[in-house]
Design a protein around this ligand. Structure first.
Ligand code: ADQ
Length: 467
């Protein structure tokens, strides 16, 4: 395959971020390394097969980076100014749309300047794609930061096949209608040929809205636009590289890491584990409160049980995330000051990210996994745990408000707002017979190994390209 950037390509992915991170060595040499996310794992083989290009921001404000070739496909960095990062990304994407689409668990903020920046940046992404796409190319747009791209792109290049996938929930009409720019965003998505969501409920919410647009009609799983096109609207539940995770988790290196971790935690009988981005949608307040109460009430014995919670810092410049970080620090401190001993904490909390092999070791040692978001598009952590943990004497406690709950039906389901209910379910998951737990784990494993990330990508692209 050629090492130079191609003039035009037949397949493009557009996402807010590029799939590579810049590394600068001690001598100042710059190189780019694939970032290890699930989306990159899923799309890299597709891009290499199709000889495609990825369009996205490179992560440094106020900097222009030339296109380059990486690992079999082209990278086209889209520049963003510091002000655009603030208004389009931190503002409109993460302080307007993110809370609005997650049940308004915090109040969405509406600013007209943010909206202006959102439109401007979406147009820039679309222009870049229009320039790179060959006649009739397939373009796959990712996520809520780029809702307007399908519409802009169709205006510029009606010959393209355009797909869009939303990684987060799509809210019911009653919440969505608060958005001052609600019509524009629906029109934005209707520019696509295929709009994919994590769940059928999200797809149905969108169709209800689409139907309200003048000249648009809907039928099962389709919107018919006023310019005579059919837009397919359906769910494509995302997944993980299950075999990759399993192989990693059962490798000698990770097994050794797991033994060390168990030892570092004081060889407790039971390890309870949670890992999330530090985000208010992940239900951390409720989860930590529930486990803390179980310790305080003596239902969990700190001599036998440790709760390990990891929370990766996220969106640290957005106000609500700062508040959450302080709240959680306080809550953890309060619990640990009352239960456990000086030598041994009941709750081990780390506000940091860990490499993938360390994460796999953590999944391996976790007897009980807590995944309790108040709202989540899918939640990959739940699936990663099932793929990694080989012991059958294990349990997954899962929020019914995560998209994953539709597939992992054998999990111990909770409503994260119901603290008492969550406490009771945690105790049940810890005390159920090994036979019951093994049956649940085996059933969930079948699901996770059957429906992997490449099945997700293939399903989406087959539907899009079959049009
Ligand atoms: P996220 O909100 O980021 O994704 P999630 O699906 O759980 O949520 O994915 C998080 C990823 O980050 C997982 O792969 C996890 O392993 C990793 N991670 C989290 N904390 C970590 C830590 N401390 N160290 C290392 N790795 C860590 C959005 C949507 C989800 C949807 C995904 C994919 O909000 O609902 O499932 O996109 O579509």
């Amino acid at each position: 395959m050629s090492e130079t950037v191609q003039d035009k390509v037949d397949f493009l992915v557009i996402a807010n971020r590029l799939p590579v991170d810049r590394k600068v060595d001690d001598d100042g040499n710059v190189s780019w390394q694939s970032s290890p996310g699930g989306l990159v794992t899923a799309l890299e083989p597709v891009m290499q097969r199709k000889g495609g290009a990825w369009i996205g921001w490179h992560g440094a404000p106020d900097e222009v980076v030339d296109p380059f070739h990486h690992d079999g496909y082209d990278i086209h960095p889209v520049p963003l100014s510091a002000q655009e990062v603030e208004e389009y990304y931190e503002g409109f994407s993460n302080a307007t749309l993110w809370p609005l689409y997650h049940d308004c668990v915090v109040e969405p903020v509406f600013h007209r300047e943010w909206w202006d920046a959102y439109q401007k940046v979406n147009k820039r992404f679309a222009e870049q794609a229009a320039e790179q796409a060959a006649e009739g190319a397939t373009v796959w747009v990712q996520d809520y930061q780029l809702t307007l791209v399908p519409m802009y792109l169709r205006q510029m290049r009606p010959d393209l096949r355009i797909g869009f996938f939303l990684h987060i929930p799509f809210p019911p009409i009653e919440l969505y209608s608060r958005l001052p720019w609600r019509e524009e965003l629906v029109e934005g998505l209707l520019g696509a040929d295929l709009v994919g969501f994590q769940t059928p409920g999200a797809a149905a919410n969108f169709l209800r809205l689409a139907k309200r647009r003048p000249g648009v009609t809907t039928s099962r799983g389709k919107a018919h636009t006023r310019d005579g096109r059919d837009v397919i609207v359906r769910d494509f539940p995302i997944s993980i590289d299950s075999r990759g995770f399993h192989e990693l988790a059962t490798s000698e290196k990770v097994q050794a890491e797991a033994d060390k971790l168990r030892e570092d935690l004081g060889n407790p009988e039971t390890i309870i584990f949670g890992v999330d981005r530090l985000d208010y949608t992940k239900g951390l307040r409720q989860r930590i409160r529930a486990v803390g109460e179980l310790f305080k009430e003596g239902k969990l014995d700190p001599d036998e049980v440790v709760f390990l919670q990891l929370a990766t810092p996220s969106r640290e410049r957005v106000e609500e995330y700062k508040i959450l970080r302080d709240d959680i620090n306080l809550l953890v401190g309060q619990i640990n000051s009352k239960v456990g001993t000086i030598a041994r904490r009941a709750l081990v909390y780390r506000n940091k990210s860990v490499p993938r092999d360390v994460l796999a070791a953590m999944y391996q040692v976790a007897d009980l996994m807590l995944v309790t978001p108040v709202r989540d598009g899918m939640n990959l952590v739940a699936k990663e745990y099932i793929a990694c943990r080989s012991n059958d004497d294990s349990a997954l406690v899962l929020s019914e408000f995560a998209g994953a709950a539709r597939e992992l039906k054998q999990a111990y389901m909770v409503n994260p707002y119901d603290i008492d209910g969550m406490k009771a379910t945690i105790m049940q998951a810890l005390t159920d017979s090994p036979k019951v737990k093994a049956r649940k784990m085996r059933s969930m494993r079948r699901q996770v190994f059957d429906k992997t990330i490449d099945v997700w990508a293939d399903d989406f692209l087959t539907e899009l390209e079959g049009r």
